[in-house]
Design a protein around this ligand. Structure first.
Ligand code: M6R
Length: 589
């Protein structure tokens, strides 16, 4: 949700580096792009609304002088996407430039105060108050002026600032991610590591209320106390290639295909840690799963998997609603959080709420060093590698596999769970072949003009029906909705007309007879039935075969729908990587 970037080079031009970094951060927002550099006592800027490729053609983003600069790719919150609202934003004299990710909650009050003092504003953004606040104290130097300014903001943010008179970059973090990368003669700050991964894998994480000042040196401070802080350099085991599309036309199809390996990587965890965690889960009195969007659907599947496999009840609450449950939290409660990015604002707020009540936090997260990873008592890395497409795919199946493994560990059947998931990983490897994709692409051609697509499932596959709907909606912009099979007759059947497509997850388990009956009910009203199942059935108008993997069925069932949603996106002219109105890593509430 907005990508910010900054760099200080000992020599050479910053602009091409900022441009490449913004391309890698584009998944965080694609409403506008901008960059600014310092050279010859001036701040130079290029910015406009639109996608980075188009803007580069118009403005040549590689062509700005100077070796210190900042950049921004925007997901609009305050103020619609426009050239005027594009970051960087400036003070009155255009000496201070700022990029920002997050929301300044008290911006209106600060704006009124600044206007009264004579400042003039040109954008509709909350961000613009930041350069003007810095301007108030710029005579003290950028470092001190930023420190004074941030003490006045409220909200969640990460910012980067430069000024015309200093070869210096200042970054501050509170609630939105900001990471420092260092190579021998270049230092970077960015919202996400892939922005600079082609230069270095040596990073330092900023925590909340921390500031980094980069000139010849790199110094860290606490913004509340002003005290300096020591940081450890950490080596990241991602390589730059993992964050590129390679031979694939889009990140999302690359990431779907990577599921040949990522499920195996997710379950390849230290067994002692799994067993210790299982004991923690058993000991907890009151356990909650929480996450947002797709990760939330995995949490809901986790509730079913734990109930079925471990005979343990775990509550599921989507993160944005979690604060309503604070009355049930004690120091014996365990919160299990699931997230790809580890930066989702609603989830981080749930963690904050839980922490205040003394709750322990266990996380399943993909991004090492993310806010969630660092704020957890116990954390498992999903090891799926960078997920760049807005639609989550490989992180989802990694999360499902790991939740399933944990449930088996809690049941005292870790080895059985491991064997099941290894078999699942190997069957996914066989499944993801060109013939399989072609069969699903054929189905996409049949469904591409549908008004709505419904998906039904029962038990473990009810949450997957809802996840399938998220994939279809965000990728193809077709209305889609997932239901529990048993709920149809209580309302949704009214939506079925001649030809209405209905995807049916019919696992080979105790729910099969009932879900097939539900499919019959839809078919009797004219519905077009697409069966996702290990076995064909006469009710299916179109059958997508999936392997029979018992309790791991959610992992294999969702994959053909990811492929279907991708092909629907292509056929309908939607960008499969950059879903309309959405962004990866949702750092606003
Ligand atoms: O990074 P997270 O897993 O915490 O993100 C949660 C959701 O924003 C995310 O899953 C979202 O729903 C995806 N776009 C779905 O594909």
């Amino acid at each position: 949700m907005c990508g910010i970037f900054g760099c200080v080079l000992s020599e050479g031009s910053a602009a091409p580096i900022i441009h490449r970094a913004l391309e890698r951060l584009e998944y965080r927002g694609y409403d506008s792009v901008g960059e600014a550099t310092v050279y010859g006592g001036r701040v130079h800027v290029k910015k406009a609304a639109g996608k980075i490729g188009e803007i580069h053609k118009l403005l040549n983003l590689d062509d700005l002088p100077g070796s210190v600069g900042i950049g921004h790719t925007r997901w609009a919150t305050h103020g619609k996407p426009s050239d005027r609202n594009a970051h960087p934003l400036f003070d009155c004299k255009e000496n201070v430039a700022v990029v920002h990710n997050g929301i300044i909650e008290n911006y209106q009050e600060l704006k009124d105060m600044l206007i009264e003092k004579g400042h003039s504003f040109i954008s509709d953004t909350d961000t613009e108050i930041i350069p003007h606040l810095i301007e108030e104290n710029i005579s003290l130097g950028l470092e001190k002026a930023v420190m004074e300014a941030v003490r006045k903001f409220e909200g969640r943010y990460a910012i980067a600032a430069i000024s015309s008179d200093e070869n210096m970059l200042v970054g501050v973090r509170r609630g939105s991610p900001l990471i420092v990368g260092r190579s021998e003669n270049k230092t970077f700050i960015a919202s996400d590591i892939p922005a600079f991964l082609n230069h270095t894998n040596q990073v330092m994480y900023l925590d909340d209320n921390e500031m980094v000042v980069i000139d010849g040196n790199v110094r860290f401070f606490n913004t509340e106390t002003g005290q300096s802080i020591e940081k450890r350099l950490i080596t990241i085991n991602w390589d730059a290639k993992q964050a590129e599309k390679g031979e694939y036309p889009y990140f999302v199809i690359k990431e779907i295909m990577e599921q040949k390996e990522t499920i195996m990587r997710a379950i390849n965890q230290d067994e002692n840690t799994i067993l210790r965690t299982a004991e923690e889960i058993k000991r907890a009195y009151g356990t909650f799963f929480t996450g947002c969007g797709t990760a939330g659907k995995v949490c809901m599947a986790g509730e079913y998997i734990f109930s079925k496999v471990a005979k343990k009840h775990v509550n599921f609450v989507i993160s944005s609603e979690f604060p309503n449950y604070k009355h049930f939290l004690t120091d014996k409660t365990l919160l299990i959080t699931i997230s790809q990015s580890g930066e989702t604002a609603d989830l981080m707020e749930a963690v904050e709420t839980a922490r205040k009540m003394g709750v322990k936090v266990l996380s399943l997260v993909n991004v090492m060093g993310s806010s969630l990873y660092r704020n957890s008592d116990y954390a498992f890395l999903l090891n799926a590698g960078p997920e760049k497409a807005v639609a989550s795919t490989k992180a989802t199946t990694a999360q499902l596999a790991l939740v399933t493994l944990l449930a088996y560990a809690v049941a005292g059947r870790l080895q059985e769970g491991k064997r099941l998931l290894m078999e699942t990983a190997s069957k996914v490897n066989d499944m993801l072949n060109p013939r399989y994709e072609a069969r699903i692409a054929e189905l996409a051609r049949k469904l591409k003009d549908s008004q709505s697509i419904y998906i039904i499932g029962r038990s473990l596959n009810y949450p997957m029906a809802m996840e399938a709907a998220i994939k279809i909606m965000e990728l193809s912009n077709i209305h889609a909705q997932g239901f529990a099979g048993g709920e149809l007759k209580h309302g949704p059947l009214a939506l079925i007309q001649d030809g209405t497509p209905c995807i049916v997850f019919a696992a080979n388990d105790e729910t099969r007879v009932d879900i097939i009956s539900n499919a019959m009910e839809v078919k009797a009203r004219g519905g077009y039935i697409i069966g996702v199942s290990p076995r064909n059935n006469e009710v299916f108008d179109y059958w997508i075969k999936v392997p029979d993997v018992g309790n791991a069925s959610p992992v294999v069932n969702i994959i053909p729908i990811q492929i279907l949603a991708y092909h629907l996106a292509l056929l309908r002219g939607c960008d499969p990587d950059y879903c309309r109105n959405l962004a990866k890593s949702v750092t606003v509430k």
